[in-house]
Write a protein of this length. Structure first.
Length: 165
């Protein structure tokens, strides 16, 4: 080969397909970055799975709006989601999603039986923890986490129960 040509183009055509060190490092850096971003995404997802999704806190009512042994309907977490705030006879507050876990009929609070009753197929849930007391509901009714802030009662999250197998 011509020596002038060889000095200007020192790489043979066969070697032209080899990846340069710079290209290799660039690829390695991009791959490491993608792996790091993927790892952070997995870590964030597992945190959400452990704690459950977070919701925008919502003012339900004032403590003066509800009497012991009664219930007050409200919507949470979305404006279309039915929920029920209950003040038990012992004056403690609890709240639940209002849709039955069987076929989504709205449940009602029965103070005398201390339960949430679904009239569609005689399903019932405990007012203490939302567990199924009777009927076809396949799993407990989701409990809404509430927080008392002075005179205000706020919905701040949802406790999801494990489904029965
Ligand atoms: S919808 Fe509630 S028991 Fe069937």
């Amino acid at each position: 080969m011509d020596t002038k040509l060889t000095s200007n183009f020192p790489v043979d055509w066969e070697d032209d397909n080899y990846v340069t060190r710079r290209e290799f490092l660039k690829f390695g850096t991009l791959a490491s970055g993608a792996f790091a971003v993927g790892s952070m995404g997995l870590a964030a997802w597992s945190t959400v799975k452990e704690r459950g999704p977070s919701f925008e806190p919502t003012l339900i009512a004032l403590t003066s709006d509800i009497e012991p042994g009664t219930a007050l309907p409200f919507n949470f977490p979305r404006a279309t989601d039915l929920a029920l705030l209950i003040q038990k006879p012992d004056k403690n507050y609890v709240a639940y999603a209002r849709r039955c876990t069987h076929l989504s009929c709205p449940v009602v609070y029965e103070v005398k039986n201390s339960r949430l009753f679904c009239p569609c197929h005689n399903g019932a849930f405990s007012v203490e923890d939302g567990s199924v007391l009777q009927g076809p509901p396949p799993h407990p009714i989701p409990q809404i986490e509430i927080e008392i802030r002075g005179e205000e009662i706020w919905a701040i999250g949802i406790k999801f129960h494990e489904a029965h197998s």
